[in-house]
Design a protein around this ligand. Structure first.
Ligand code: BJ8
Length: 422
């Protein structure tokens, strides 16, 4: 049996501070997840992943490292994890979703910055995140200005490689992104000392496509009324998908989707039939950020989909598996990833088309626009999203918030009022 304290100590973690973080988690988890009535049995696995969030998976990462393997961490769904894996590395998501890390982030970053960035940097600075401590390389990307500049700060503490993401989607931008994807492959080969072959990359493309399909199957199950799985649970599954072992994750997510389908056939759900249905859109919710979903579902509505990077933007679109050569595969990867509709693109009409389509697919009664404080891209884009929704008579409300709990009461009141008028 692994001695986890020793493992954390070997990872140069601040054990005392880490204890504070870990002591708080079970209470929050019980309140947000375990008190839900009628959860699918297959959620047990995801509960156990969270219970062991800093132990079992970290031990797996260390075992990989002990055999000479490398770990890289990413902060954005634009990073093509297929390439990292084809080079023999394990890729994990590193976005910080806890208020616990924000004060440490604020030691080196302005206070009026998005909490996701402050928490991510704070997680590294505080030495309380074993995923950060395990990484041999951090992969940044040129998306929003806050992140772009934060990489320079983070680079003082850990090696960072930055992918240059175009901000438009013209043919020349796709060509540039294809080139950048090739440079990332070179970097991964340099990191691991392993060649990426077309055979290895084909395996990883198929694997990640399967992972996307498993999440999509779960998303489809949520279209039923009554909804067979809560929005909180579905969000948790996607969050876990960023750092779990991919094969195990696929198996467990498919088992959950299959159970959800059985429930649909039996007419069972976690909310009563006819419960108000909400589509959430906006900024990502990194683990353990469950704040908005908890508020909405505590008010009696079901979250039936997320147009976010911890939702459909993570799993929509497959990579074409027909590529035989590395060149063809890199092109297919570049094309798939450039379909993601992040607000850092201008213009970004695809996101509005997605939201309208998802409202229809999920049969949502209303949309809650989730905006992390100081995220300007999504805040400005609200204008166009609101206009498109209002033109079609779809109710929408905007929630601008951070990771703190101070505004929870006020947000609950607003959300309850919104749900009542649906
Ligand atoms: S593809 S949404 S994961 S950049 S960090 S943009 S919340 S101010 S996370 Fe993102 Fe990639 Fe886009 Fe998705 Fe705003 Fe905060 Fe920036 Fe953020």
């Amino acid at each position: 049996m692994t001695d986890y304290r020793r493992m954390w100590s070997d990872l140069n973690m601040d054990l005392e501070k880490h204890d504070q973080l870990m002591n708080a988690l079970p209470l929050v988890y019980e309140d947000v997840f375990l008190r839900q009535a009628g959860r699918p049995r297959a959620m047990d696995y995801f509960d156990s992943v969270v219970a062991e969030i800093h132990s079992e998976r970290i031990a797996e990462l260390q075992a990989h490292k002990n055999q000479g393997g490398k770990i890289c961490g990413a902060f954005c769904v634009f990073v093509p994890v297929e390439i990292a894996r084809a080079a023999g590395a394990i890729a994990v998501g590193l976005c910080g979703g806890s208020q616990f890390w924000v004060p440490d982030g604020e030691k080196v970053l302005p206070r009026n910055l998005c909490p996701l960035i402050k928490a991510s940097v704070g997680a590294r600075l505080s030495g309380t995140c074993p995923y950060f401590q395990s990484c041999d390389l951090l992969i940044g990307e040129t998306t929003c200005d806050g992140k772009k500049k934060a990489w320079e700060v983070l680079n003082e503490y850990a090696p960072v490689y930055v992918m240059d993401l175009p901000q438009m989607k013209r043919p020349r931008d796709l060509a540039a992104w294809r080139e950048e994807t090739g440079l990332f492959l070179d970097k991964m080969e340099e990191l691991t000392g392993q060649r990426v072959t077309a055979e290895k990359l084909a395996v990883e493309i198929r694997r990640q496509n399967r992972l996307r399909r498993a999440l999509e199957r779960l998303y489809r199950a949520r279209q039923a009324d009554p909804v067979p799985v809560s929005g909180k649970d579905a969000l948790l599954v996607t969050q876990v998908g960023f750092y779990d072992d991919p094969d195990r994750f696929i198996e467990r997510t498919e088992a959950l989707a299959a159970e959800a389908e059985e429930r649909i056939a039996a007419g069972e759900g976690v909310f009563g039939a006819g419960a108000p249905r909400i589509l959430v859109t906006g900024t990502p919710m990194a683990i353990p950020n469950w704040k908005l979903h908890h508020i909405i579902e505590s008010a009696g509505a079901a979250v039936v989909g997320e147009e976010t990077c911890t939702g459909t933007r993570f799993f929509a679109h497959q990579v074409d598996e027909g590529g035989v050569t590395l060149e063809e595969q890199l092109q297919a990867l570049a094309e798939r990833y450039l379909k993601i509709n992040c607000s850092c693109f201008t213009p970004n009409p695809g996101r509005i088309e997605d939201i309208l389509r998802l409202v229809g697919e999920t049969r949502a009664d209303g949309v809650v626009y989730y905006n992390l404080q100081f995220c300007h891209g999504y805040a400005v884009e609200y204008h166009a999203v609101e206009k498109a929704l209002k033109e079609r008579g779809i109710p929408v409300m905007k929630v601008e918030t951070d990771y703190g709990e101070e505004d929870t009461g006020q947000l609950s009141t607003r959300v309850e009022a919104f749900i009542e008028m649906l």
